[in-house]
Design a protein around this ligand. Sequence first.
Ligand code: ADP
Ligand code: MG
Length: 202
Amino acid sequence: METHLKKERTLIIIKPDGIQRTLIGEIIKRYERTGLKLVAVKTVVSSEDHIEKHYTLDPNWRRVTGEKTIASYEKKGLKPPSEDPLEITAVILENLKKYMTSGPIIVMIWEGAHAVKIVRKITGGTEPLTSDVGTIRGDFVLDSYQISDNDKRAVRNLIHASGSVEEAEMEINHWFKKDEIIDYRLVQEQIIYDVNLDGILE
Ligand code: ADP
Ligand code: MG
């Protein structure tokens, strides 16, 4: 259990706007400084088919994302584009395919304790308008559902990050072959995880 927790993995994608905004270094820095370990990375131009599969690996994604969008409109006292979550996600998915294939993206696997939750916390909520200050989406971008839905495009929020451990496992298999993922030790893992800190003092 213990070892497994420390080996948790999550998938992060720097989306085309993250690269175009020249935020690669800034984004990676924020994940790296937590103590998480980068175990795989590649730059790719994806296909619409690969992106559609990525977002629909989780059979609930269509419903949940539609409901999340409706709730966010209602919370602001606005009328959602449709009352049907699946109708909303059908449009989102089409727009996402265009967005995610519009340029290069960087796909990464990060590993360490609570990797999924830690990365979601640093990334921030989906809609930049309401993402917390201090998160990447809160600090570096200003889009909203209202503007993106009006303009018939995906919300530009710089990053994709797995939403759960199960989602992360499916996404990692979707983007990486086993031999592209590297098992190695970081010297700093001793101070992050080891119970016995003997050997520091001379
Ligand atoms: P997250 O990326 O935070 O996990 P979701 O899985 O709910 O968010 O949605 C995937 C992506 O789809 C979002 O990051 C965003 O780019 C886009 N998206 C989600 N909801 C909407 C929406 N209502 N309008 C436009 N784009 C959206
Ligand atoms: Mg998601």
